[in-house]
Design a protein around this ligand. Structure first.
Ligand SMILES: C[S@@+](CC[C@H](N)C(=O)[O-])C[C@H]1O[C@@H](n2cnc3c(N)ncnc32)[C@H](O)[C@@H]1O
Length: 287
């Protein structure tokens, strides 16, 4: 029977040979998962035996990974802003950049608005990762989490229940803000923003994610444009919209937002790589 040390080395080598990025880290994550061990334990118990059943389950996971299925779909979960969310191939795997959107929404909600009893719309909720974190950190807020497909909402619904926030997060199906039943203080949206022509050039893992979550039309901004037109009726007078965008799109959307809200103001936030990533649109310029 093999021991942990050799299984980790072997897994690392196989992943590297298959051209998987971050092969070492992924080898550790796969082994932690099949052995149900914490990270420290896989290093401190290097001579622990790996059963045939555990090896077989590792091999079947690796087979899936060799066909470039994303790690998060194989494990069925992803950590996001300190919580684990279930992910299936029906939903986008939440990204670290989007944690910045949550962080900024929390900052706005706690510092920049007159009340903490906010109503918030998370448009294009996917796994529900944004809405759930906002509900956890803003206990007085009421949140509408919207998506366009039943199978996506099934995943969001599971996650919302698993994190115990279903009393404050209402799911709605529909096109962008049309499904939101009342005007809200804050709209948070990580909508599909990749130009259609760029989809075939994406990493194979990303191409396994739903096109509905990625494809933003010719210039990537089809949904963002529609959201801004709908926002007139669904954003309160002093409301704020926070959008995650591709850095190149930020100036275009900034100009568009000010056309829709001539009394408004915009601000840009960077992601961890220092790229312009989040656009804040204030319906009324702050005094
Ligand atoms: C980029 S993913 C974001 C998912 C999640 N909010 C996150 O950040 O991980 C975009 C989401 O928008 C949803 N979507 C696409 N078109 C939509 C529409 N017309 N109305 C509402 N949601 C839509 C997709 O199904 C997908 O879940």
């Amino acid at each position: 029977m093999a021991v942990l040390r050799t299984v980790i080395q072997d897994t690392h080598r196989k992943l590297e040979a298959a051209g998987i990025p971050d092969a070492r880290l992924e080898a550790e994550v796969f082994v932690m998962n099949v052995m149900r061990m914490a990270r420290q334990a896989i290093f401190s118990e290097q001579e622990a035996e790996v059963s045939e059943q555990q090896q077989a389950s590792l091999d079947s996971m690796l087979e899936r990974r060799f066909s470039r299925e994303p790690l998060a779909y194989i494990l069925g979960q992803r950590e996001f802003y300190g919580i684990n969310v279930m992910v299936t191939p029906d939903v986008l795997i939440p990204r670290p950049e989007t944690e910045g959107l949550v962080e900024h929404a929390l900052f706005m909600a706690l510092m920049g608005m007159e009340t903490t009893e906010l109503t918030i719309a998370d448009v294009g909720t996917g796994s529900g990762a944004i809405a759930i974190n906002l509900a956890i950190h803003l206990p007085a807020a009421k949140i509408f989490a919207v998506d366009v497909a039943d199978e996506v909402l099934d995943v969001a619904s599971f996650n919302i229940r698993a994190h115990g926030v279903s009393d404050r997060v209402s799911l709605a199906i529909g096109d962008l803000l049309e499904a939101v039943p009342e005007a809200v203080d804050l709209i948070v949206a990580n909508l599909p923003y990749i130009p259609s022509g760029r989809i075939p050039t994406l990493q194979p893992e990303v191409r396994m994610e739903p096109a509905l979550a990625l494809d933003g039309g010719d210039d990537g901004l089809d949904l963002v444009r529609r959201l801004l037109s709908q926002a007139k009726d669904k954003l309160k007078e002093h409301g704020i919209i926070l959008l995650e965008l591709d850095p190149e799109q930020v100036p275009v959307v900034q100009a568009l937002a000010l056309k829709h809200f001539p009394e408004g103001a915009t601000g840009v936030e960077q992601d961890l790589a220092g790229m312009d990533r989040i656009l804040a649109i204030h319906r009324q310029a702050p005094e």
